[in-house]
Design a protein around this ligand. Structure first.
Ligand code: GAP
Length: 443
């Protein structure tokens, strides 16, 4: 356990040291549980989001995407059941007044913060939605809520999407965006925060006549999620655990949920979820809005409210799982064995010596060709500080798969060394073949 705690500390420290994730509002002493993605963190996070969008929205003929407002009309949250049901049980230590989620601690034991057995207050249900006011008057009539899930806009916009996209059922709507929850106990770095990002899909299916009918789609998405975890994030299947959520713990909208849990250093916990939401949301929005949200089957003319399978992914938890999975320590270095597609930089280019203009000139040309031509590889790092060993070390720590060094031989025969992050091998490659050589290994 202490090794695992160490590992988490090492990852948090690497994130700060190399620019993946910084503590929020740090120069003012920090702001608990708020985190900012730095220069390489934003690249890693964007790569995850872009890969997801490509794979699940752009490359599928049964999917479209939207990007909706973060603050929706409060009536949405009434209809969705969030105002009534989106709550966690809160208790307070009678000695130190620290607040906990009652379902996450053993209230018969002493408080884990002050160590006193003073007992806890009665559990009270605490709604997790973040409140704000629209306009200058802070009064009841102007209350609005930041969305606690991206899902609802996909139900509220269902008819608009249907009328404009010519999709037929089964089809899905995908969205990536921020969600907000006033969590009672945020923590474990970017694992549980109050402001986070989700990638969600609402997949609309015909009204199932049997459990097998909805299960067929549920299984399809289960397979898609597992292959995303393995093929895109590079996570070993044995590090994933599927939890069948017990009936009594299901969210208010779900008939069945599987949590995909990851072996984080602080314990096995939820990475993603897959739920069968039935027609719960469309039915409630139809009733509360008075709008007919039924789908008309183009073949039979039958009108019905589709049922919904919802696969949902947390972006920040994806980042954390990828960092944990790829962290490696060797005697002389620390490196991230990130899948090259996710790496913030696809390669780094160095002139062997900074004070030799001919080396710098050639290295600059190579850097420009790799990063800005029509056939650009993606972001390419440039480093001319310190010696080459130090540059390798710092690129290893951010997971750059290849380091290209321009040396004196390069001026003679137009070759460069390409050092491989994982094997440390350094073959010489012709400058003209460099792009293809790297691209083949990344894509
Ligand atoms: N629309 C369904 C839904 O929101 P959820 O299980 O509450 O389901 C989906 O959230 C995913 O969002 C989770 O699997 C997790 O990856 C991520 N997530 C939820 N709460 C989070 C938090 N406080 N901080 C970071 N990520 C969170």
């Amino acid at each position: 356990m202490s090794n695992e705690k160490d590992l988490m500390e090492k990852i948090v420290s690497l994130c700060k040291r190399r620019g993946f994730v910084f503590p929020g509002s740090e120069i003012y002493g920090g702001f608990a549980n708020s985190w900012n993605y730095g220069p390489v963190g934003v690249e890693l996070k964007n790569n995850i989001k872009q890969l997801w969008w490509k794979r699940f929205v752009q490359q599928r003929s049964d999917m479209v995407g939207i990007d909706a407002a973060l603050i929706m009309k409060p009536a949405v949250w009434e209809a969705s059941g969030h105002l009534k049901n989106f709550s966690d049980p809160l208790v307070e230590c009678k000695n130190c007044h620290t607040r906990f989620r009652a379902d996450k601690i053993d209230i018969t034991k002493p408080c884990e913060i002050c160590g006193k057995a003073a007992g806890f207050t009665e559990a009270k249900m605490f709604n997790l939605m973040f409140k704000t006011f629209i306009g200058p008057a802070e009064e009841q009539a102007n209350i609005a809520y930041f969305r606690p899930e991206t899902a609802q806009a996909m139900f509220v916009d269902f008819k608009n999407v249907l009328d404009t996209s010519r999709k037929t059922i089964p089809f899905g709507i995908g969205q990536i965006g921020k969600a907000f929850r006033n969590e009672i106990t945020p923590g474990n770095f970017i694992f549980r925060t109050r402001e986070f990002e989700q990638m969600e899909i609402e997949y609309f299916i015909p009204v199932p006549k049997s459990d097998e009918e909805w299960n067929k789609y549920f299984e399809m998405w289960r397979g898609n999620m597992l292959s995303w975890i393995k093929d895109d994030l590079g996570i070993l299947p044995e590090h994933i655990h599927e939890l069948e959520v017990p009936k009594e713990e299901l969210a208010h909208y779900s008939k069945r949920t599987i949590d995909f849990e990851y072996h984080f250093p602080f314990g096995v916990d939820e990475l993603y979820g897959l739920a069968y939401r039935t027609d719960f949301d469309l039915k409630n929005h139809s009733e509360k809005s008075g709008q007919d949200l039924r789908y008309t089957d183009p073949q039979t003319g039958e009108k019905y409210l589709p049922h919904v399978i919802e696969p949902t992914w947390g972006v920040d938890r994806s980042v954390l799982a990828v960092l944990c999975e790829s962290y490696r320590e060797e005697a002389d270095r620390v490196y991230l064995s990130l899948p090259p597609k996710l790496a913030p930089y696809k390669a780094a280019v160095f002139p062997l010596l900074k004070n030799k203009p001919e080396l710098v000139k050639k290295a600059k040309e190579i850097h420009l060709a790799l990063s800005t031509s029509n056939l650009a590889l993606g972001p390419i790092a440039w480093d001319d500080r310190g010696n080459v060993g130090k540059r390798y070390y710092s690129q290893d720590e951010i997971g750059t798969p290849f380091c290209v060094t321009v040396d004196f031989q390069s001026l003679e025969d137009n070759t460069v060394t390409v050092r491989n992050r994982d094997t440390k091998e350094q073959p010489r490659v012709g400058a003209g073949e460099l792009r293809d050589y790297i691209s083949k290994q990344i894509y």
